[in-house]
Design a protein around this ligand. Structure first.
Ligand code: FAD
Ligand code: NAP
Length: 337
């Protein structure tokens, strides 16, 4: 375990923001984490890092950045219907999806090509194309930053919501997730209703549906719509889709008849923030070295030399514009430091 000093975080955030951490360490096992806990560095403020694909740095970090690189995919149990797999927090999410597909384990194929690590996936209950990880989640193991004890959180304890978990709320910055256990299905239930999946499968001339075909279709759609962070700095959707009361949605629809809305739990309607931002005229706009992506209004981009403050300031301008036009609050999904 090597502690580096005044270390650039640019390689560790997909926005490609140039900031530094006073101290930086990469952790490969729970034992290393326990060892780190005994050092004086652990008394400093801590920043936990996975793949840095849901983070915006607005300043240097005056503490210890801990990059989670705990690996391993272990099959715990298997029967005719299911397999239970425990995965190290530092495994790459998409690689885990590909491993599952190779093994014919179903349930996460719709979440192909989401960047980042397995350990960060429960943080915001990642989701795409109608599937969220809570649907395949069994439990996770997490290291209590204060006590150094390991705690197991089952699904209920994680309090999963829409792009939400207890680790973004009440337990923020209190635990380091070290592994996640999933239950995947041997008999797939295909989910193709969402977005362009069906059309894309047709375009690809898929005659026999499979989890591999769905994954390939999702990858194809995402590559056509979303900027690759290796080429253009971004952190995916910057804002969460707002969920507003039904009566507020009806009033909004009177003024803006084309506004899409998807009923969610209770009396709430989810409104695509991308639509609101696009219609407000922000899609494709460039402000200095940062901007709003030309194909996807929810994605803010760094053209190379942008700073976190510039991206944050753009995000706040967009938030204000959306509030003024539609009287709807949109809030960042990205974690801002
Ligand atoms: P990081 O950005 O490193 O961290 C995110 C937060 O979790 C931070 O607060 C960090 O401190 C904390 N954290 C990270 N690891 C741990 C850990 N082991 N223990 C405790 N805390 C931890 N998200 C979706 O939900 N659906 C999508 O379809 C999607 N598409 C995307 C597309 C693109 C092009 C990009 C760039 C991002 C996309 N995202 C999407 C957002 C992002 O990929 C996910 O949120 C992902 O889970 C973040 O993983 P990460 O390892 O990069 O987390
Ligand atoms: P899209 O298909 O253009 O749809 C726009 C929005 O409408 C999505 O955000 C989605 O909400 C919602 N939506 C569409 N069809 C829906 C349905 N049948 N039922 C309920 N909600 C529906 O979206 P996109 O931007 O191309 O993204 C496709 C998927 O990838 C989405 O699930 C999106 O969340 C995910 N994605 C996430 C990120 C991220 O960083 N979080 C980045 C890129 C893509 P939901 O977002 O709730 O699904």
């Amino acid at each position: 375990m090597e502690i580096k000093h005044n270390s650039s975080l640019k390689p560790y955030n997909t926005f490609g923001i140039e900031v530094s951490a006073k101290h930086f360490v990469e952790i490969h096992s729970v034992a290393e984490l326990q060892e780190l806990q005994l050092s004086d560095y652990f008394k400093l403020p801590k920043l936990i890092l996975g793949g840095g694909s849901n983070i915006l740095f607005t300043k240097d970090f005056d503490g210890l950045a801990i990059k989670l690189s705990i690996k391993g995919i272990e099959k715990l149990q298997e029967n005719n219907d299911h397999v239970m797999v425990k995965v190290g927090a530092g495994e790459n999410w998409h690689q885990f999806v590909l491993t599952s597909i190779e093994n014919k384990w179903a349930g996460i194929e719709n979440m192909s090509l989401i960047p980042g690590t397995v350990g960060a996936a429960p943080m915001q209950n990642i989701g795409a194309y109608g599937v969220e990880i809570k649907e395949v989640f069994v439990e996770l193991e997490a290291f209590n930053i204060q006590s150094g004890e390991t705690k197991v959180f089952n699904k209920e304890a994680c309090e999963f919501g829409y792009r939400w978990s207890v680790f973004k709320g009440e337990l923020k910055d209190q635990y380091i997730i070290t592994s996640v256990t999933f239950q995947l299905a041997k008999q797939p239930t295909f989910k193709t209703e969402y977005g362009d999946i069906k059309n894309t499968l047709e375009e690809m001339n898929v005659t026999e549906l499979s989890i591999k075909a769905i994954s390939d279709a999702v990858v194809k759609i995402r590559q056509s719509k979303l900027p690759d962070p290796k080429q253009l700095g971004n952190a995916g959707s910057f804002f969460k889709n707002p969920e507003i009361p039904k009566n507020q949605f009806e009033k909004l629809k009177e003024k803006f008849p084309a506004v899409p809305g998807y009923p969610v739990s209770g009396d709430l309607v989810k409104v695509p923030a991308g639509w609101l931002i696009d219609q407000a005229g922000w899609k494709g706009r460039t402000i200095g070295a940062v901007g709003v992506h030309k194909n996807q209004a929810l994605v803010l981009v760094n053209y190379g030399k942008g700073t976190g403050e510039q991206i944050y300031s753009l995000a706040m301008d967009i938030k204000r514009a959306v509030k003024n036009i539609y009287d709807v609050d949109i809030n960042p999904e990205v974690n801002i430091y």
